[in-house]
Design a protein around this ligand. Structure first.
Ligand SMILES: [Cu+2]
Length: 212
């Protein structure tokens, strides 16, 4: 079992705004825009061979990718996603986990580019139990029916309203327990922090929901 994250006690006053204007990051995002699209194709191939998640699956956010970046869930199974931000950068990065389909697009002078979030949120209408919340920057609820197990940290609040999405500080953790909804097919997850750049450079994954 991976060790649980610990609270370093460091004051972390990050906000998404502090990430803006990183020229190097912007250039990087442009270079890998095509890259990211081929990566998702590789993930799509891999997802069909991945074992069905049972019990607890640890999902790690790193700079800037998820491990694992694909999962297979079976409709009706009760599973827990133990989301952990293991960013190593200083100061560390916020990372979120949002699940949906049909990523929003934005028009740019160079053509359409991926924007923030998804048109269709996987957890809308789904009961989700949240526990072990630790160093949570913000929690967007969207259309999910959220229940808290154990003490609710004071820094949890309702953020963006479009989809369930916990955003964690480095070292942060949250467990999401739910019954896999009857929404079969391919879904994506992504981190849209830093004006969607994390997503564009490959911080995304695929969930294949299969019926029993
Ligand atoms: Cu991220």
């Amino acid at each position: 079992m991976p060790e649980e994250p610990r609270d370093t006690g460091e004051p972390l006053e990050w906000s998404r705004r502090q990430f803006l204007g990183g020229v190097g990051v912007m250039v990087g995002a442009g270079l890998v825009a095509t890259f990211g699209r081929s990566a998702i194709v590789d993930a799509a191939r891999a997802v069909f061979g991945s074992p069905v998640s049972t019990g607890t699956t640890y999902l790690y956010a790193l700079d800037y990718y998820f491990v694992p970046n694909y999962m297979t869930w079976k409709v009706g199974d009760k599973i827990t996603i133990a989301f952990r931000n293991r960013s190593q950068s200083h100061p560390g990065k916020l990372h979120e986990w949002m699940c949906g389909r049909h990523v929003n697009m934005i028009a740019t002078p160079l053509g359409d580019e991926t924007g923030n979030g998804f048109h269709q949120a996987l957890f809308n209408g789904v009961d989700v139990w949240l526990s072990h919340a630790h160093l949570v920057h913000d929690l967007a609820i969207g259309g999910a029916r959220v229940h808290f197990t154990g003490p609710k940290p004071p820094n949890i609040h309702v953020g963006r309203a479009d989809a369930l999405s916990p955003t964690l500080y480095p070292g942060g953790a949250i467990d999401l327990s739910f019954q896999v909804p009857d929404k079969p097919g391919l879904w994506q997850y992504g981190c849209f922090v830093q004006h969607d750049i994390h997503y564009r450079v490959g911080m995304r994954g695929l969930i294949n929901i299969v019926r029993a």
